[in-house]
Design a binder for this molecule. Sequence first.
Ligand code: NDP
Ligand code: 8X3
Length: 254
Amino acid sequence: MNNCVFITGATSGFGLACAKLFAQHGWPLILTGRRLERLAQLADDLGSQCPVHYASLDVRDSQQVADLVADLPENFKQVSVLINNAGLALGTDPSQQAKLSDWHTMIDTNVTGLVNVTHALLPSLSQQPVASVINLASIAANWPYPGSHVYGASKAFVAQFSRNLRCDLVGTGVRVTSLEPGLSESEFSLVRFAGDQQKYDQLYGNSNALQPQDIANIIYWIVSQPAHININSLEVMPCSQAWNNFNVVKQSES
Ligand code: NDP
Ligand code: 8X3
């Protein structure tokens, strides 16, 4: 069996929507994430549409990542699509009030985790005549905003890492894309707001945010391009979102 899709963070949001969409098209799936019970349920739901292998994985643990890839069942060893999706933001407080542990978690997950998975799968990807790596960056990689600090910086790493990978992989069949979505409705903001449902509802209420299905459709489109086309980067926002004025703080008169 060839052409497996390896998805990190398949338990929710974009990763979950990708799993469902690629399953509809019959792609063999390797589904990973930390919440094993969700993966088991998903594998059960999708198993009639395509072959599914699932495993609990914390992308921050390089040994766990390497072992998982080395121990893939024989018929799931040929990975030709990697969706590097696992990631998170923690907090929206300004830097001077942010928790250092949150900064570390974001770097460990969004930077180190993505690098761990990429490194482990490049040998398999490079063997395929055509392969795709889709790295989930963010508009926060490109545009600063208050409270983005380490999150945005970690996504800027993802965007630049994607471009640098392209330089090394040119001439192989491996395409690399930095996908940079804006406001999207998923558990992402529940995680960011430490489970505060009210803040979540305020953010997404009447916002017409992007939906995970929208992102899955875009990822499927990128992967489906003819072999000679590489989508280097793709930034997407909902129509309801745009940039704002530069912030000017006036001195108080007195
Ligand atoms: P969700 O919170 O819905 O999904 C995040 C996924 O990442 C979950 O499946 C979670 O699985 C997984 N994950 C988190 N930490 C780890 C870890 N240490 N090891 C393995 N898996 C982990 O968010 P989205 O689907 O919205 O986000 C997916 C990606 O897209 C993220 O990288 C995010 O930064 C990015 N993004 C999101 C946007 C948005 O507005 N929603 C916009 C732009 C980019 P589990 O907890 O089971 O491990
Ligand atoms: C998530 C999008 O705008 O919350 O990456 O940073 S944003």
